[in-house]
Write a protein that binds this ligand. Structure first.
Ligand SMILES: [Zn+2]
Length: 58
């Protein structure tokens, strides 16, 4: 997995990292879904922030 395909939530006290290999079971996102392919209304499973606050690790 390339770091630029991993996206980290930037809100304070969160730090959740979206890993496309794992997907997001809570959000019903299947494994292998790239961050860019997530629905626009997808939210961080930890803090509920939107996609806009996520930044690539690459
Ligand atoms: Zn978060």
């Amino acid at each position: 997995m390339k770091p630029e395909e991993m996206y980290q939530c930037q809100t304070s006290n969160c730090g959740y990292i979206y890993n496309p290999e794992k997907g997001d079971r809570k959000g019903k996102i299947s494994k292998g879904t790239q961050f860019e392919a997530l629905p626009d209304d997808w939210k961080c499973p930890i803090c509920g922030a939107g996609k806009k606050v996520f930044k690539s690790l690459g």
